[in-house]
Design a protein around this ligand. Structure first.
Ligand SMILES: [Zn+2]
Length: 181
């Protein structure tokens, strides 16, 4: 009986190991696919018009950098426990505007924390970051996330129509609308 149990336990271990290997394989394949797609159509890039130059963070970040940002945002939520308008819904990666704000916030946090550490905590870099960056940026990031996402989960936004180019100047200083009348 004991031997049978041991054999069963070994089988379960083998199966679990195989499952883990398969999961790892799937994750790697997914990451490779993301990178491939990323090269063709940058994630978060505007779907209308030309991609701006220089490229925004969401258009140039690698899947590893996206993952690092997600880790940091999760840490931020656990660490600071923001409430109400300061909480970022988990669907933020679907909202490029929010991702840009959060990427900027992380970059400024890194600079502030490094400066604080290197000065042996004798400066006001950390205080400045908390005062000027942290809370205001969280509010701004939330501005582009609709309440539906907060209440019932992520919902795709209705796309804004592109610029009405009939109003653009045809020659210097003369708007299309004016020249049309
Ligand atoms: Zn959403």
């Amino acid at each position: 009986m004991e031997a049978q149990l041991e054999e069963l336990a070994e089988m379960v271990m083998t199966l679990t190991g195989k499952q883990e290997q398969r999961m790892e394989g799937l994750e790697q394949a997914l990451a490779a696919l993301r990178d491939g797609i990323g090269g063709l159509t940058p994630r978060g890039a505007p779907s209308l018009g030309e991609e701006p130059c220089p490229r925004p963070w969401t258009a140039r970040a690698t899947s590893l950098q996206w993952s690092e940002l997600a880790d940091w945002v999760d840490w931020l939520h656990t660490h600071y426990e923001p409430q109400g308008e300061y909480r970022i819904p988990s669907c933020w990666p679907y909202h490029p505007g929010a991702a840009e704000e959060l990427a900027g916030l992380r970059a400024s946090w890194k600079a502030a924390m490094l400066a604080a550490e290197q000065s042996d905590d004798s400066g006001d870099q950390a205080l400045y970051w908390h005062d000027r960056c942290l809370w205001d940026t969280l509010v701004r990031a939330n501005r582009v996330i609709p309440n539906t996402c907060r209440n019932t989960g992520h919902a795709s936004l209705r796309k804004l129509p592109p610029t009405d180019r009939s109003g653009l100047p045809r020659t210097n200083g003369q708007s299309g609308a004016v020249s049309a009348t």
